[in-house]
Design a protein around this ligand. Structure first.
Ligand code: F3S
Length: 755
């Protein structure tokens, strides 16, 4: 599908010399991560050593990928940049806006009708600006990227947190906001804080019921949702090379759940097999030619503690299948302990749904291993006690799995085959009865399981597991079912056991597809019209944000002091709101509606300081905006974790919030705030969070001398007339301070393109 062989040749031709130069400069052997980073520097050949976790570095990524929800805003922004064509190969993938309800045959035509104007906009804007367009039903972005575009040693960015999936094919692939994608498509470098490096040594070999998914479920349990923040995770060891390429993709994919910048694996035979099976023998041949540069130097893996900031070792031979959850992906429970844990914590044991799919686990191998369980169940006289749904990862996977009878096996077990799309993984699931908000349990092979994520019901306890475990648990209908030790009763009343799963890493008859769903862009798009109706409630052309007024910010009203977890889902909820991704004013009506107000423990209920009454967050903020009064949002730890959606930064910006002050930020969200010209600040003393009162008006001082590494001062003007001063930190560098002053990064790009 038009992968850019010339671009790959160019990258590979530069790598050896750039890596050698970096090695000389650094004076020691290099990890794979360093090799890829140092060969993608904007400055070309390295002239200095960058400090991990400290230096901001400009890179030139090789590709950009966007999904339909985030692409809208990224491309609306790109249209403002004034370029005729994208500067690097880029693709758009329509996968988020398709509701799973009755199955693909009904759901896809419905989505095509429901979101026609968005798909038409994305199709036409792609056609005009030289972007590859994957139509609705073509597949989930990261599966399609792995099948078509990822290549060992490459660097890409994508407007989705799970872009990291391409690490399975030896890339450094990083999730960003639409504003970053816009920069790179406009030909500008992309800035990243040079990451710290975590090495994960995998010894032994997966066996029995254990799958690649269990590796990352275990790692998430060890590192937690914050443990990978600011770091790239590099996997190596005999356990790594013994896994399939798509299995490696699963592991890298869920690196997003530990907050890692990305994860990757060295080039090996599994990647070569995958490249050849997916029609990219040319890329495999090129990669074989520079193999030594697509892996760390041998000394690194021999003594990893010398080269990584942290090293974890996992013996795959001893690893147990895991179930992570509920409500957070790092609560890892080995299957043998689930009964005890569930009973202790009051998790409902009866499982209502088993769902297989998402970009994490929807490869041919995933489906074939899960189908082996389904097949056994049928042969042994079992049925599924829970409902069962499957989202294949791409049309190529779906077509091939259908040809090979895998989908037939699932439907024989009464599974619903949903569209090749995200569906329930992103809350696009019209689940019957979810509105009753009953306490219930589901098990899925996705990556995220925050409250309300799959079906909007806060009382759905979602557990993440491998596809084969999901199949087994859907059959048992019991969260505590351990297929390694437990039996089930079949239709004859006999006790039967499920044998361990097996499957094909790649289809033995090869992949096949009739229509993959790809639309190549026009060679010359200058005459292509991009249609955005001025009356649309789903798309709205952007107006530039206004520049900083040049003074300190005084009298900001506290909009909300968010308590506990506040992810991008809490700040800009997905589900039904996804359809307004291209309309900033309309989607702003979901701003922070999921955040818990510290002062009353309620969501979407904050005090309007002008009236003294309580009401929804967006309406309260609009009331401040109408009066020309700025506001401030206060948050807890790891604020903005979860996803790259820049709406979580653009909405507050659009509605007049001036600053977000938290104990700590998730990296992508902090950058997104900066891009939009917002102030993202952190408490110098985290206990000062307790000093913020409900009726506070807050002044931010020091902006006229805003400089890197210089804290700012906040004055808290309490209702009783007392005042307190606190210090707040920021991580703005010189360039980011310019973004703040100009009112956003895009204002600077446009000025530069026009110049
Ligand atoms: Fe889609 Fe879920 Fe992946 S929303 S891109 S399948 S994380």
């Amino acid at each position: 599908m038009a992968f850019d062989l010339e671009m790959i040749k160019k990258v590979y031709s530069l790598m050896p010399q750039r890596i050698e130069a970096a090695k000389k400069l650094i004076g020691k052997p290099l990890t794979l991560t360093e090799k890829i980073l140092y060969s993608h520097l904007d400055e070309g050949t390295a002239t200095k050593v960058y400090e991990r976790g400290v230096s901001y570095v400009d890179f030139n990524p090789d590709r950009v990928a966007m999904q339909d929800a985030t692409a809208q805003m990224a491309l609306l922004q790109f249209m403002q940049a004034g370029r005729p064509k994208v500067a690097v190969p880029s693709t758009v993938h329509c996968d988020h806006l398709i509701t799973a309800k009755e199955g693909a045959t009904k759901d896809l035509p419905f989505a095509n009708k429901e979101s026609k104007e968005v798909f038409d906009f994305l199709g036409s804007v792609s056609n005009k600006y030289g972007i590859g367009f994957w139509k609705p039903g073509a597949g989930i972005i990261h599966q399609v990227v792995l099948e078509n575009y990822a290549f060992p040693g490459g660097m890409m960015i994508g407007t989705d947190s799970h872009t990291v999936n391409a690490g399975g094919l030896g890339m450094l692939a990083i999730g960003v906001g639409g504003a970053d994608a816009c920069d790179v498509m406009a030909g500008l470098p992309w800035e990243l804080k040079f990451p710290k490096l975590i090495g994960v040594k995998l010894t032994g070999k997966l066996n029995g019921w254990t799958a690649p998914k269990d590796v990352i479920l275990k790692v998430a349990g060890i590192l937690t949702v914050k443990g990978g923040t600011g770091a790239i995770v590099e996997y190596f060891g005999e356990g790594a090379t013994s896994m399939s390429c798509t299995g490696k993709g699963t592991i890298c994919n869920m690196g997003a759940e530990i907050g890692a910048t990305t994860s990757t694996f060295g080039y090996d035979e599994s990647m070569e097999r995958y490249l050849r099976a997916t029609g990219r023998a040319d890329v495999a041949d090129l990669a074989n030619g520079i193999k030594q540069h697509l892996n760390a130097d041998p000394e690194v893996y021999a003594s990893p503690e010398k080269y990584f900031d942290q090293v974890i070792e996992i013996n795959l031979s001893e690893l147990e299948p895991h179930l992570n959850g509920p409500f957070t992906p790092d609560l890892a429970t080995p299957v043998s302990k689930m009964k005890e844990e569930a009973e202790k914590n009051g998790w409902p044991l009866k499982v209502e749904w088993g769902l297989i799919g998402s970009c994490t686990n929807s490869s041919y191998e995933d489906l074939s291993r899960a189908a082996s369980i389904a097949k056994q169940a049928i042969a042994k006289g079992l049925v599924t006690k829970a409902e069962f749904g499957i989202n294949p990862g791409s049309e190529q996977v779906r077509y091939t799995a259908d040809r090979d009878g895998l989908l037939g096996t699932f439907t024989d077990l009464n599974a619903k085959i949903f569209t090749n799309a995200c569906g329930p993984c992103i809350g696009m699931w019209d689940r019957v009865g979810a509105e009753k908000k009953e306490k219930n349990t589901i098990v899925h092979s996705f990556n995220r399981n925050f409250a309300k994520r799959a079906d909007g019901n806060p009382n759905t306890f979602a557990f993440v597991a491998s596809p084969e475990m999901v199949a087994a648990i859907a059959i048992a209908g019991d969260l505590s079912f351990n297929p390694i030790t437990d039996s089930l009763i079949n239709d004859k009343g006999e006790k039967v056991k499920l044998d361990p799963p097996f499957g094909d890493e790649l289809p033995t008859k090869g992949f096949a597809v009739e229509d993959a769903g790809f639309q190549a862009p026009a060679a010359d798009g200058s005459a292509v019209q991009v249609a955005v109706s001025p009356t649309s409630d789903r798309l709205q052309l952007l107006d530039p944000f206004s520049a900083w007024e040049g003074t300190d910010l005084k009298g900001l009203k506290l909009l909300i002091k968010a308590k506990g977890k506040c992810t991008t889902d809490h700040i800009s909820m997905a589900g039904p709101w996804l359809k307004y991704r291209g309309h900033l004013d309309n989607i702003s009506n979901n701003m922070l509606i999921g955040a818990v107000n510290f002062f009353n423990d309620k969501t979407d209920d904050v005090k309007n300081q002008l009236t003294g009454t309580y009401g929804p967050v967006p309406a309260t903020q609009r009331a401040y905006k109408a009066q020309g009064i700025g506001s401030i949002v206060v948050g807890d730890e790891n604020y903005g974790e979860g996803s790259s959606r820049e709406h979580a930064a653009m909405e507050p910006r659009h509605l007049g919030v001036r600053a977000v002050l938290v104990k700590s930020f998730a990296r992508i969200h902090e950058t997104n705030l900066k891009k939009q010209g917002m102030l993202g600040l952190t408490f110098a003393n985290k206990d000062d969070y307790n000093k913020i009162q409900e009726d506070d008006s807050i002044d931010i001082l020091g902006l006229t001398t805003f400089a890197p590494n210089v804290p700012l001062t906040l004055v808290l003007n309490h209702k009783d007339g007392s005042k307190e001063e606190i210090k707040v930190n920021h991580s703005y560098n010189e360039q980011q301070i310019e973004w703040f002053k100009s009112g956003g990064a895009l204002n600077i790009i446009r000025a530069n393109v026009g110049a």
